[in-house]
Design a protein around this ligand. Structure first.
Ligand code: ARG
Length: 312
């Protein structure tokens, strides 16, 4: 009788231990998924839900062999320690901005995607591109969720308070898109004393910031902010806005897709595009910047720009 009690007790204890181990394991799994800024897998669709974004590994084939010259300082040439995820360079972008970044055949392609791929190659890293809203990029970068932001992003003093920028790799121009025959024929029309136009922009872009400060706050215009530049252009097509202020290359791409629209000759602003990093991530920024400078010096960046931007 005593023996039976002992055996039962031992079995009971074993069951308790097993149950505890099982519960612990389960908790670890849920905890792992919920933890922000943890290891992000480009193939993990769970990530996109939380971010209201999609995540993709874009690997446009570089049209020339990229030498891996830059040794980021570790023995095997792998940049360890200075990226969010070892061996991976995670870039946040907003792939609504042709020809810099846009979706094509299930992956993100464009000037920024190819330059980033060439940078990652030089650093011995695998590029991962996260597609998020443009106005979420700086927060994703400065909070350390991603390594860098590359999105045809203009260097501005305001942004420099939140992030650090690389060397500039391209120039952007804010232009004005109107319908053919529009009353707006020149940028000065927007600044006329009695002007009161409805202007479409992509939210949080410099087009938004400049028109807000220079026109809306002066009582000269109403600004309509859209999540995507293409939506602002659609609003112009349907007559909800009188013009769109946006970067010149996407402007050309959107005008090419929408007959009846033209880009005014006069420019709203000329700006520099650069890659942004969390403040203080000096090691990563220096490595990326060195790779970028080499790619500018050896003509790779120009070749990528020429591939996507038709001369006219
Ligand atoms: N150059 C503008 C800016 O920095 C617009 C960039 C928009 N980029 C994008 N991928 N949607 O504000």
């Amino acid at each position: 009788m005593k023996k039976l009690v002992r055996v039962t007790l031992v079995l009971l204890a074993l069951a308790v231990v097993l149950a505890a181990v099982y519960a612990c394991d389960n908790q670890k799994e849920t905890g792992g998924q919920a933890s922000p800024g943890g290891t992000q897998n480009s193939a993990d669709p769970g990530n996109s839900g939380a971010q209201s974004s999609s995540s993709s590994s874009a690997s446009p084939t570089p049209d020339s062999a990229q030498p891996t010259q830059l040794d980021p300082g570790t023995e095997d040439g792998q940049a360890a320690g200075y990226t969010v995820e070892t061996g991976v360079l995670i870039m946040a972008t907003n792939a609504e901005f042709p020809p810099y970044e846009y979706w094509e055949g299930g992956k993100i392609v464009g000037i920024d995607a190819e330059i980033a791929e060439a940078i990652a190659n030089r650093l011995g890293l695998t590029l991962q591109i996260d597609d998020i809203d443009f106005d979420a990029i700086i927060a994703a970068v400065s909070s350390g969720r991603v390594d860098m932001g590359m999105a045809g992003m203009t260097v501005t003093e305001d942004r420099m308070e939140s992030v650090d920028f690389s060397t500039s790799y391209a120039t952007g121009v804010q232009v004005i898109i109107v319908k053919e025959g529009s009353a707006i024929t020149d940028v000065d029309d927007l600044f006329a004393d009695d002007a009161s136009f409805d202007i479409g922009v992509q939210e949080s872009t410099t087009g938004d910031l400049y028109t807000t400060w220079d026109l809306e706050e002066e009582g000269l215009a109403t600004i309509y902010r859209f999540r995507r530049g293409a939506d602002a252009v659609q609003a112009l097509v349907t007559g909800r806005v009188d013009c769109v202020v946006i970067d010149n290359e996407p402007a050309r791409a959107f005008v090419a897709m929408n007959p009846g629209l033209i880009i005014l000759e006069t420019e709203f602003a000329v700006e520099d595009y650069a890659i942004c990093f969390a403040k203080g991530s000096t090691e990563l920024r220096n490595a990326v910047d060195a790779a970028l400078r080499e790619l500018i010096a050896d003509g790779t960046v120009q070749r990528i720009l020429d591939k996507y931007i038709a001369a006219d």
